[in-house]
Design a protein around this ligand. Sequence first.
Ligand code: PMP
Length: 437
Amino acid sequence: MSAATRPTPASEALFTRARAVTPGGVNSPVRAFNAVGGTPRFIRSAAGAWLTDVDGHEYVDLICSWGPMLLGHAHPEVQAAVQAAVARGTSYGTPTEPEVELAEEIVDRAPVDRVRFVSSGTEATMSAIRLARGFTGRDVVVKFAGCYHGHVDALLASAGSGLATFAVPGTPGVPASSTELTLVLPYNDRAAVERVFAEHGDRIACLVTEAAPGNMGVVPPEPGFNRFLAETCARHGALFVSDEVMTGFRASRQGQWGLDGAVEGWRPDLVTFGKVMGGGFPAAAFGGRADVMGRLAPDGPVYQAGTLSGNPIATTAGLTTLRLATDEVYAHIGAAGETIKEAATEALSAAGVPHVVQASGTMFSVFLTDGPVRDFADASRTSAPAYAAFFHAMLDAGVYLPPSAYEAWFLSSAHDDRAVQTVVDALPGAARAAAAA
Ligand code: PMP
């Protein structure tokens, strides 16, 4: 790993203070540099495509708050709308107009009849699963290895000893009883899905999947895979829950569904959203079929609630963001992504680093392993030392990549020529650093 060439005393001092009062010094584990080594940069401000840390260094931001900042940081119209909303008070605990407008915008874009707002993607998937269980009267949940759905007990599960066996907790603190109704399968594996439904079909409440996995790096569903999942669920009376927390309003205007379901003519039963729909504020949602959503309290018996759900500031930020997320925004992000993907391929090839670039719509990632990567086992072959060296060389050159080899690289409409060129210029040196690792 290359030594940091730019001194970062202010970040180091804050990190020392942070570790004294917060586990690991961070409020979400992946913000730490445990996977790549070193001190996370403490960011003081951000504008457009750029982050400025507390030492005054600037970075092109390829994290974008892990997805939400589709329009870049401090977008003037989003800021103005948020400031106006703040001036009207920050939370009432009553229904508000922005909630209705944001729900209408989501129903317009995504394959859902009704949505309920929550404050995080974790809450969205947790609630969707409860609703699926309440609606079907069944208990078993099927998920895929390498798909992350937030830190929901039942979904923090790793595969048991064999396929089609019930899962074991993926972390201490989750009782075996919380995952013993979860089945974990390899992604993109139709035969495994068929086997598990043949054996347990009448007990399965739902299958939940990332619409296009982004949490093991971007692993696109093979053509027709999501449709196959939806049809298999329907055949067995289970619900198909599509997690679009990351892909929603990012992979395309209509999320991943815009790339497959909308084209092929099918709809998931339930969908979860987060990230972009909150415009950088804590807002998330789950939605779906009217009859399924009708089972939720207060209309139905399945309980779900939240003090700050549909918060007027968060829904205003999300609504303003989505209204500004036009076709041109997606075209711009797609084109910027193409330039960076090509430059990464060229630089890594020239340096002789095994790699594969994978994408779904405008979402992409770079794996430092031979491809293709079609499931978690493939993704796990990524070289950790090579990524750490690559990451630090990029950081030294002023590009803030996700500090983990298993993440998408996020862009925004604010990634203009100067930002993209900064990334392109940094890639050859980083590729050589990866080759030397
Ligand atoms: N689902 C997916 C697909 C995600 O990517 C994430 C977060 N990365 C979550 C759920 C959880 O969202 P949150 O961090 O807001 O709880």
